[in-house]
Design a protein around this ligand. Structure first.
Ligand code: FAD
Length: 403
C-alpha cells in the first residue's frame, strides 16, 4: 500500500530547498537566461549548503539517490529515503529555476549513476564529487546501446577514446561518468560506465552549446583522446555478462527519470501559480465548487492543466517511492517521466497563450519557462522513447520485438 503523505523530515528539507529557490534562484533567473555561459556566482554560496544537506542524507537532487532508504519508518516497512528527498527538493529548486538547478554543485546526473551502482569503496572516493553524465555521442542520442566510445585496459589504467556531446555541467563538474564499450564485438553488454576526473590527461572540453532554454546550465562537447583513468574507476563489474545485457548501466535511469519528472513538476507548479495570479488580476477566478464547463473558458483551461499537473506529481511520487523501497520501477519511472515531460511543456506553452501578449513578453517568466520546459521532455529519454519503453513493458515485448 503506497502512503502518499509526506514524512515531516522530508518536508523540512523541501522547505529549505524552497527558500533557496525563492531567495537565490528566482531573483537571478532572467539574468542568467540573458547571459548564457556566464558562471552563476550565486551558486558558490550554495556549495557549502548542499554539502551539508548531502552529509545529512537529504541531498537536493542526485547525490543520495539509489542508496538504501536512509529514513525507514519505525515499522521498517516504508523507506522514504534518498530518492524521495531528491524528488521533493528538485521540485522546489526547479520551481525557482531549472537551469540553475542543473548547475547546483555535487548534484549532477553522474552522481545518481555513482550512487546507484558504486561499490562502498567507490562511494567513499566518489561520494562527494560533482559528476556529470556523458552518454550521448554525435552518432546517437536515444539509442544508448550504440555507444562507440571505447575503453581499453592498459596495465592499471583504462584508456578511453571517443567524443561525447550535450553533456550537462560537462565543463563545471569535477568528474564525468562516461559510458564506453570495453569490447565492441560483444554489443550492449560490453557498455560500462567510468568515473573520469575532469583533469584526467586526455579529457578536454571542445565547446559549449548555445541552447533554446536552460541557459544557466553549461552543456559541453567533451573529447576523450587516449584519456587515462585508474583501473578501479569503472562502475560495477568489468565482466561482460551477455545474459545481463544492458541492465547494469540502464539501472541508473530508474532513479534519474523520476527526478527529471520532478524538474518538470516544479517548473509546472511555478507556471500554474503565475498563471493563476494573471487570470485573477484579469478578473477570472478559478472555482473548485462549480463544474469547469460552467466557468470562464480560461478558468476551465486552468483546471484541466492543474489536473494534468496533479497526475504527473502523483506518478512521480509512486515511481520514487518504489525506487526507495527497492521495488522494480522501470515501467513506473518511464510513465512518470513521459507524463511529467509532456505536462511541463503543455502547461507552460498554454500559459503563454492564456496570458496573451503579456505571456509572450519578457516581463513575466512564462516564455522562459516554456523554453526551459522542452528539455525535460528530451533528456534522460525523450517522450517517444518513454512511451516505447512503457509499451514494451505492458505488452511483454523485448527491445528487438518492438522498436
Ligand atoms: C540541453 C541538453 C542537455 C543534455 N544533457 C545530456 C547529458 O547530460 N548527458 C547525455 O548523455 N546526454 C544529454 N543530452 C542528450 C539527450 O539525452 C538526447 O538529446 C536525447 O537522448 C535524444 O537524442 P537525440 O537528440 O540524438 O535524438 P534522436 O535519438 O536522434 O531522436 C530524434 C527524434 O526521434 C525520436 N525517436 C528516436 N527513436 C525513436 C523510436 N524508436 N521510436 C519513436 N521515436 C523515436 C525521438 O524521440 C526524437 O523525437 C542533452 C541534450 C540536450 C538538448
Amino acid at each position: 500500500m503506497i502512503n502518499l503523505e509526506l514524512p515531516k523530515k522530508l518536508k523540512a528539507s523541501a522547505n529549505q530547498a524552497h527558500q533557496v529557490a525563492a531567495q537565490i534562484f528566482r531573483p537571478v533567473s532572467r539574468k542568467y537566461d540573458l547571459a548564457e555561459h556566464e558562471y552563476p556566482v550565486e551558486l558558490d554560496t550554495m556549495a557549502a549548503m548542499v554539502e551539508a544537506l548531502n552529509d545529512s542524507g537529504q541531498g537536493a537532487a542526485g547525490a543520495t539517490l539509489g542508496r538504501e532508504g536512509k529514513t525507514k519508518d519505525s515499522d521498517g516497512s516504508n523507506a522514504n529515503g534518498g530518492n524521495m528527498a531528491g524528488l521533493l527538493n528538485v521540485i522546489e529548486t526547479c520551481w525557482g529555476d531549472v537551469g540553475l538547478t542543473l548547475s547546483i554543485p555535487y548534484q549532477g546526473l553522474g552522481n545518481s549513476a555513482i550512487a546507484a551502482v558504486a561499490t562502498d569503496e567507490q562511494l567513499e572516493r566518489f561520494g562527494k564529487v560533482w559528476a556529470s553524465m556523458a552518454i550521448t555521442e554525435p552518432s546517437f542520442g536515444s539509442d544508448s546501446a550504440a555507444v562507440t566510445t571505447t575503453a581499453v585496459l592498459d596495465g592499471d589504467e583504462w584508456v578511453l577514446n571517443g567524443e561525447k556531446i550535450f553533456v550537462t555541467s560537462g565543463e563545471r563538474s569535477s568528474h564525468v561518468v562516461v559510458w564506453a564499450s570495453v569490447d565492441k564485438s560483444k554489443g550492449r553488454a560490453a557498455i560500462k560506465s567510468f568515473v573520469v576526473p575532469r583533469d584526467a590527461p586526455g579529457l578536454s572540453v571542445a565547446r559549449l552549446e548555445h541552447k533554446l532554454g536552460i541557459k544557466a546550465s553549461d552543456t559541453a562537447v567533451l573529447l576523450l583522446q587516449d584519456c587515462r583513468i585508474p583501473k578501479d574507476n569503472i562502475l560495477g563489474s568489468p565482466e561482460v555478462n551477455v545474459e545481463q545485457g544492458f541492465a547494469g548501466v540502464m539501472q541508473t535511469f530508474d532513479n534519474t527519470r523520476p527526478i527529471v519528472a520532478g524538474m518538470a513538476i516544479g517548473l509546472g507548479r511555478a507556471v500554474l501559480e503565475e498563471l493563476r495570479g494573471i487570470l485573477s488580476e484579469a478578473g477570472v477566478e478559478v472555482s473548485y465548487d462549480v463544474p469547469a464547463n460552467n466557468q470562464h473558458a480560461a478558468a476551465a483551461e486552468f483546471l484541466a492543466l492543474e489536473a494534468d499537473w496533479e497526475s504527473a506529481y502523483l506518478l512521480a511520487l509512486r515511481a520514487t517511492w518504489m525506487a526507495d523501497n527497492k521495488k522494480p520501477n522501470s515501467l513506473e519511472a518511464s510513465i512518470s517521466k513521459a507524463k511529467a515531460g509532456r505536462t511541463g511543456t503543455a502547461v507552460s506553452l498554454k500559459a503563454v497563450e492564456l496570458a496573451g501578449t503579456y505571456g509572450y513578453s519578457e516581463r513575466p517568466l512564462l516564455e522562459k519557462w516554456a523554453r526551459d520546459s522542452k528539455i525535460l521532455d528530451i533528456f534522460e529519454g525523450t517522450q517517444q522513447i518513454q512511451q516505447l519503453i512503457v509499451a514494451r513493458r505492458v505488452l511483454g515485448k523485448s527491445s528487438s520485438e518492438l522498436k
